[in-house]
Design a protein around this ligand. Sequence first.
Ligand code: AP5
Length: 255
Amino acid sequence: MNSPIKNDRIAWLQGPSAKCEAVPAEQKNPWRLILLGAPGVGKGTQAELLTEHLGACHLSTGDVFRAAGKQRACDQSPAMKTALEYMRRGELVPDSTVWEMVRERSACIVNCGGFILDGFPRTLGQAESLKELMETEKLSLSAVVNYELPVLEIVQRLSGRRTCEQCKSVFHVTERPPKVESVCDRCSGRLYQREDDRPEAISVRLEAYERSTAPLIQFYQDLGLLLPIVAKGSPDEILARTLNQLEARPAHSVQ
Ligand code: AP5
């Protein structure tokens, strides 16, 4: 296993003008993973754990939007202000805005330590754009992990979620509680409930997932990259299941 990285992801969260203090070490055969699955299935939780084990950067598009939402309104571009309105309603942000944001951060995707994409791509258009970028850069995906869970359990996970304001670590009020209520175990930041975890936004997000993101399962199945993983059990059990499946793939081994 690689030693855990403490990447602050600042270049991903704030854009290419910011520089990460610690970047993942160069790897001979870096992991380049996409995590698929409905909102709340546990992608962010697994991405954090996988980052510790695989040494690749956790790149979440939702985290970029939330970081932009914390800026003063006068510092937000018009496209970002519109994107944040979509997000609050639980709708997908238009492809053109998402791709512009990812494209300007393409150094994070090309980095030599690999990546774990969480929340991107989310439409066939985004998947095609990513495929083109990777072909241009002569990079290939290691696998696309698809986390599967019944909808009732997904809603339970979303409604109990608490997120750290500072380091974005994710907790759950009953399933993964912090040691001190409302305080992050990792950085002592304040924990808050996301605006789009309100019941009315949750149902919009689940519909958007079924309509726009679920077709990616077939897209990646056809490319021979799909790894379906049952997302039941504790985060550590799901992590072990994921690592086992990844280990079984050719050209990579989880040490
Ligand atoms: P994003 O931030 O990507 O949200 P999401 O996909 O809706 O996923 P979530 O972050 O809600 O859930 P998760 O699967 O990461 O679960 P988590 O690990 O937190 O996107 C937000 C919005 O931004 C979108 O709605 C859209 O508007 C916009 N957006 C972002 N990217 C976009 C794109 N590419 N295109 C267009 N729009 C885009 O876990 C959930 C809870 O469950 C936590 O409390 C956790 O502690 C708990 N939990 C996790 N695992 C377990 C377990 N095994 N057992 C019990 N509890 C668990």
